[in-house]
Design a protein around this ligand. Structure first.
Ligand code: URA
Length: 210
């Protein structure tokens, strides 16, 4: 695996991802599984968060105990399927601030076209995680990260469910400094920009739109 790509290799994630891949899996199950895997991905993606010791009292005695330090984390979902990862990660860090980037893929060129951008005001000094389930061509992720970098965040990571070699290459050619955290790396892209073997269209499966 190239540097800066973490595949979260855990039997629970593998099992849940297999359930998500199955074509007969219902929308409700797909949604629940994406939430569950995203909670587990968050655990890995957020392991660098800083802590500071705070004075507290347990029922037995005072102690210094660690709490999250610094400005609130910012989670940014690439619409629309990124919302699924966001929902899971928010269960782990409910106090995170949230941003959205709307990108659609031009069906012919597969290039990302931005139609919406709303993120918390001051990203400097903040840890920012951009999420989207599928790192396929990588074009949406590259464009979203480019946009977020304009605000000079303190740190930046990309979290996805499935990646492929083509997407990782494209992403790291433009953003070699941004680590990717994923549940798996599949074989390749097809000519329509879908990941193989993949799980189909993540947005359609998450929202039941097809
Ligand atoms: N987007 C998806 O939803 N699925 C893919 O396989 C590729 C991009």
């Amino acid at each position: 695996m190239p540097p800066h790509v973490t595949v979260v290799d855990h039997p629970l994630i593998k099992h849940k991802l297999t359930l998500m891949r199955r074509k007969e899996t219902s929308t409700a199950s797909f949604r629940r599984l994406l939430t569950e895997i995203s909670m587990l991905l968050a655990y890995e993606a957020l392991r660098d968060l800083k802590t500071r010791d705070e004075d507290i009292e347990t029922p037995l005695m005072p102690m210094k105990a660690p709490v999250l330090d610094g400005k609130k984390l910012v989670l940014i979902a690439i619409l629309r399927a990124g919302q699924g990862i966001l929902d899971g990660m928010l269960q782990i860090v409910p106090s995170a601030r949230v941003g959205h980037v709307g990108m659609y893929r031009d069906p012919k060129t597969h290039m990302a076209i931005e139609y919406f951008y709303k993120v918390p005001g001051d990203l400097s000094d903040r840890d920012v995680v951009v999420c989207d389930p599928m790192l396929a061509t990588g074009n949406s992720a590259v464009a979203a990260i480019e946009r977020v970098k304009e605000s000079k965040p303190g740190s930046l990571k990309f979290v996805c469910l499935l990646a492929c070699p083509e997407g990782i290459k494209n992403f790291h050619e433009v953003h070699p400094d941004v680590p990717i955290v994923t549940a798996a790396v599949d074989n390749k892209l097809n000519e329509h920009g879908y990941i193989l073997p993949g799980l189909g269209d993540a947005g359609d499966r998450l929202f039941g739109t097809r």
